[in-house]
Ligand binder design. Structure first.
Ligand SMILES: *[C@@H]1O[C@H](CO)[C@@H](O)[C@H](O)[C@H]1NC(C)=O
Ligand SMILES: *[C@@H]1O[C@H](CO)[C@@H](O)[C@H](O)[C@H]1NC(C)=O
Length: 456
C-alpha cells in the first residue's frame, strides 16, 4: 500500500523577528503559530490511481486504508470513513474510520488504527471550502449518481459531502465578519471596559495574519485602536498598543498606515506618562514593531525625541525588564542599520536606493552619544542576569566607534569588564569541561575579550 505521506508543516504566521540579531518586537507573547497540513507527496499521487483498480465493479467506490489517500471526484466512500480536505491541494482525502469501517476492506490484514482529528480554524475551512466549491463545478454528477445507486446507503457520495460542507459554511464566520463584530463591540459606547478589552484581545489574535491586519485598516479599526492609545483607561491603552504592535509587525503597508495615523506620537506620549510597567511594555513592543525595517519611521522617531524617551525609561527605577527591552531595541536599531547598509554595499539585496538612503541619513549614533548612552549602557553590567549582561556587552560593542573615548575614561566600566572576564573565563572553562565547545558563557567571554581589546 502506498502511503500518502502527509507532513505537518508549521507555519509561523507572524514573527516580529526574522532573526535573533536583527529584529524583535519585544513582547512575551508576540507570536502565534498555526499548523496546516501540507501534502509533500506529489509523486505518489500517480501511484494511487493504479492502486484503486483491483475490482472493476468497485471502481467508483474508494476503499480507504489506515493512510490518508486522495479521493477523486465521483468516488464514494464507505460510511464511517474519515474524510478531510487537504488544504494545500484542495483535494479530499480519506482514510479508515473507526472499528466498523474495517469490515468493508479487501486489503487483507487489519490496518493499524490511528485516530487523527482534523480540526480546522475558520480561516482554514473558508479556504478549503473555496477550493472545494470551485473543483466541484466539474461535471461529475453522473458518476456520483452511479456510485450512489451501486453503493447503497452505506456510502456517502461526494455530493452529499458537499452539501454537508455547505451547511457548515453557514455556521462558519469569516475572519472579516468576526472582526466587524469585534470592532463594533469595541466601538460601542454602551459596552463595559471589560467587554471592550476582550474585543481588543481577540482582535490582537486575528491581526497577526497579514490580510486581517490590512482589513483592520480598511474597516476603520486602525483609527479606533490608535485613538484608544490615549484613552483614559490604562487597560484599554495597554490592549490597544498590543493590537497595534501585532498588526504592524512584518506588515509594511500597515506600518505606513499606522505611522500616518499618528500612532508613533501617541505611543511616545504613552511612554513618557507615569503608567504602570505592563502598559509601557506593550507600548514599547508596538514602537519596536512599528520601526522595524522602516527607516522612515525610525528617523521620525529620532526627530520626535524617541531616543530621549528611551533614555528616560532606562533610568526609571525598578524595572529591569523594561531596561532590557529598551537596550534590545537600541541594539536592534543600530545593527539593523549597519546590516542593511552593509548588504546594500555588497549588493546582495535588492533594496531601493531610496531605502538605503533613508538608513544612511538616519542619525542614530551622534544622537545616542549626545544623549549620554555611552555612559548609560555600562550601567546594565551590574545586573546579575546573564542575559542583560550579554545584551549590554553587545550594545557596548555596537556603539564602540562613537563611544570609545568615553569608555576609556570610565574606570567603573573598565573595572567591571575585568571582573566579568574572570567570572566568564571560569564559567566558560567549566562549560568546556562538560563537553560544550560553543557554549553560552564562551560566547559572552568572547564579547568581553573583544571589548577589553578595543578599550585598551
Ligand atoms: C464607531 O462609532 C462611531 C459613532 O458611534 C461611528 O461613527 C464609527 O463609524 C464607528 N466606527 C467603526 C469602525 O465602527
Ligand atoms: C486623544 O488625543 C486626541 C488628539 O490626538 C484628542 O482629540 C482626544 O480627545 C484625546 N483623548 C483623550 C481621552 O484624551
Amino acid at each position: 500500500m502506498i502511503a500518502n505521506k502527509i507532513s505537518v508543516l508549521k507555519l509561523v504566521l507572524i514573527f516580529c523577528c526574522l532573526n535573533l540579531l536583527l529584529s524583535r518586537c519585544y513582547s512575551d507573547q508576540f507570536s502565534t503559530a498555526v499548523t496546516v497540513r501540507e501534502d509533500d507527496g506529489d509523486q505518489q499521487k500517480e501511484d494511487h490511481d493504479s492502486d484503486q483498480t483491483e475490482d472493476p465493479e468497485d471502481l467508483e467506490v474508494f476503499y480507504p486504508t489506515a493512510e490518508w489517500q486522495t479521493l477523486k471526484p465521483g468516488q464514494a466512500v464507505p460510511a464511517g470513513s474519515h474524510v478531510r480536505l487537504n488544504l494545500q491541494t484542495g483535494e479530499r482525502e480519506v482514510k479508515l474510520g473507526e472499528e466498523e469501517g474495517v469490515k468493508h476492506w479487501k486489503q487483507g490484514e487489519r490496518p493499524e488504527m490511528n485516530k487523527q482529528s482534523a480540526s480546522f480554524s475558520t480561516t482554514e475551512l473558508k479556504e478549503a471550502l473555496k477550493k472545494f466549491k470551485a473543483e466541484n463545478d466539474d461535471p461529475v454528477k453522473k458518476n456520483t449518481e452511479q456510485a450512489e445507486e451501486s453503493g447503497g446507503s452505506q456510502f456517502r457520495s461526494v455530493d452529499e459531502l458537499k452539501r454537508e460542507m455547505e451547511t457548515m459554511n453557514f455556521l462558519v464566520e469569516t475572519d472579516e465578519q468576526i472582526m466587524g463584530k469585534l470592532l463594533a463591540q469595541f466601538n460601542s459606547t454602551s459596552g463595559t471596559v471589560d467587554q471592550r478589552v476582550s474585543a481588543l484581545l481577540e482582535l490582537e489574535y486575528l491581526v497577526h495574519q497579514v490580510d486581517n491586519a490590512k482589513n483592520l485598516v480598511s474597516m476603520g479599526g486602525m483609527k479606533l485602536v490608535t485613538d484608544a492609545l490615549n484613552s483614559t483607561d490604562i487597560r484599554l491603552q495597554e490592549s490597544a498598543a498590543f493590537v497595534l504592535g501585532s498588526a504592524v509587525s512584518s506588515n509594511p503597508s500597515v506600518q505606513v498606515e499606522a505611522l500616518e495615523g499618528g500612532a508613533l506620537q501617541k505611543l511616545l506620549t504613552l511612554l513618557t506618562a507615569p503608567h504602570p510597567v505592563p502598559v509601557k511594555k506593550k507600548a514599547l513592543f508596538a514602537v519596536a514593531c512599528l520601526l522595524h525595517h522602516f527607516p522612515f519611521a525610525q528617523s521620525h522617531f529620532v526627530k520626535l525625541g524617541g531616543l530621549q524617551v528611551l533614555g528616560e525609561l532606562f533610568q526609571e527605577q525598578g524595572s529591569d525588564s523594561l531596561r532590557l527591552r529598551v537596550i534590545t531595541m537600541l541594539y536592534d536599531m543600530i545593527t539593523e542599520k549597519e546590516l542593511v547598509l552593509q548588504a546594500g554595499v555588497d549588493g546582495g539585496e535588492s533594496w531601493s536606493d531610496q531605502y538605503l538612503q533613508q538608513y544612511a541619513e538616519l542619525s542614530l549614533q551622534p544622537t545616542l552619544t549626545e544623549l549620554g548612552w555611552c555612559r548609560l549602557v555600562p550601567e546594565l553590567l551590574v545586573s546579575p542576569d546573564h542575559d542583560q549582561r550579554e545584551k549590554a556587552l553587545r550594545t557596548l560593542l555596537a556603539m564602540m566607534p562613537d563611544c570609545r573615548p568615553q569608555y576609556q575614561q570610565n574606570p567603573a566600566l573598565l573595572a567591571s569588564l575585568r571582573t566579568l572576564r574572570e567570572e566568564y573565563s571560569a564559567l566558560s572553562l567549566s562549560e568546556q569541561n562538560q563537553g560544550e565547545t560553543d557554549g553560552y558563557f564562551g560566547e559572552i567571554l568572547a564579547l568581553l575579550d573583544s571589548l577589553v581589546l578595543k578599550t585598551h
